[in-house]
Design a binder for this molecule. Sequence first.
Ligand code: ADP
Length: 480
Amino acid sequence: MTDQKSMFINGEWIAAESGETLEITNPATGESVGVVSYGDGREAAKAIDAAHEAFKSWSKLTARERSRYLYNLYELVRNSRDELAGIISAEMGKPLREAKGEVLGAADNFMWYAEEAKRVYGDTVPTSVPNKRILVIHQPVGVVAAITPWNFPVNMVARKIAPALAAGCTVVLKPAECTPLSSIRLFELIEQAGFPKGVVNLVVGKPELVGQEFINNPKVRKIAFTGSTRVGKLLMEGAARQVKRVSLELGGHAPFIVFEDANLDAAVEGLFESKYRNAGQMCICTNRLYVQESVLDSFSEKLIERLKKTKVGDGRNKDTEIGPLINEQALRKVLDHIEDAKAKGASVLYGGNRLTDGEYSKGFFIQPTVISGVTKDMKISCEETFGPVVPVIPFKEEADVVEMANDTTYGLASYVYTENNSRCFRMAEALEYGIVGINDGSPTQTQAPFGGFKESGIGREGGYYAMEGFLETKFVSFGL
Ligand code: ADP
């Protein structure tokens, strides 16, 4: 990709007014995979104007008409699965198999919301006075500014724009600066799907400047964001000035709890999914592994056996299970969490080092790692690691582990492995998390609500819950 007209605004491909460009590199090899035009607040303002204008007619279409565009996009994305997966893998390093899964997930979102667009029902409510009638209708909030991260560069976009468009909103998207290429390809498909001009716009630009325009421009009525808690708080503070709606999917610090009655083999596979998939770079990733004392040794042995068989490498190789981290800064943070834990008394049970030889020499690779002897004062116990490193912490009783698991400012995902049905229910209710995986290390589906308690966010993506975030509720009172 060398075409530098990388922004799609009002139905046209344009370059940044500043003339600035940005080079995208493969984190596995350091090779350049493309150069894109790098805009700022000016392009954001143009895109917002276009979306504001397009809202007038898009919001008036029937749901069935809007649905047709989304269905077209579903088919296009599905058919471009291999191509999009290749771009994702090249720009952010994830294994091809995972990237294909991500693209299918994105396609599924377009299909699901093509259907859901038709189900925005209202209510009639019984009145307490005889000469009045109460009608409740839902209407789209208006222009949505969406900001997405690099770890699921296609599906995070789909999860925001599909429900927003289905609800009748128009959208300006700013993708993460290290993964714009898959968004650009997705927007080519959006163009092909025939959406009217201005309905969906793409701004590849400087985060702070584009973000400021999103916050300050009164035409933006809603900010939908996935990323760090730090940036989420900045956006929420800024949005408060105009009481803009926000939905925020922020960081996590997931506990993964293995009870002595668990199926340990299933728990190891579940942990692998929740900790090492995407090289540990997911907001629902396990960050603390709690294992009941009596099975601590056998579980740790099984986990290490699994990791010994795990191939780390370039995501484009067929046998790769763990790709590189996204960049040097991410790698430094993960190594810092390991060093900090060691300095405060922890020991490394497996892994612990950067990989630098041969095929690893130009990328940001790290061994999958298991640490023991972790205490609360260590960074890994309270900060999001975002890498393939897990601290294993023993516990005695159910009540103790519930307290430890909930002792965090985060509240996104949590995991429990047990074969005891009563315990399943007790744990599901006791954990202060928006998502609880019971004997499930990969709890994400298009139709299910995804989002966090506490500082992990506000609002929900997925299912009809996401539609609510793009709709206003209007009470119409009829006097007879
Ligand atoms: P991560 O640490 O996962 O990269 P960030 O929160 O920094 O998380 O990034 C998530 C998204 O937020 C990216 O698209 C990034 O460009 C964007 N972003 C970062 N800083 C700001 C900001 N000040 N205003 C608006 N968006 C921002």
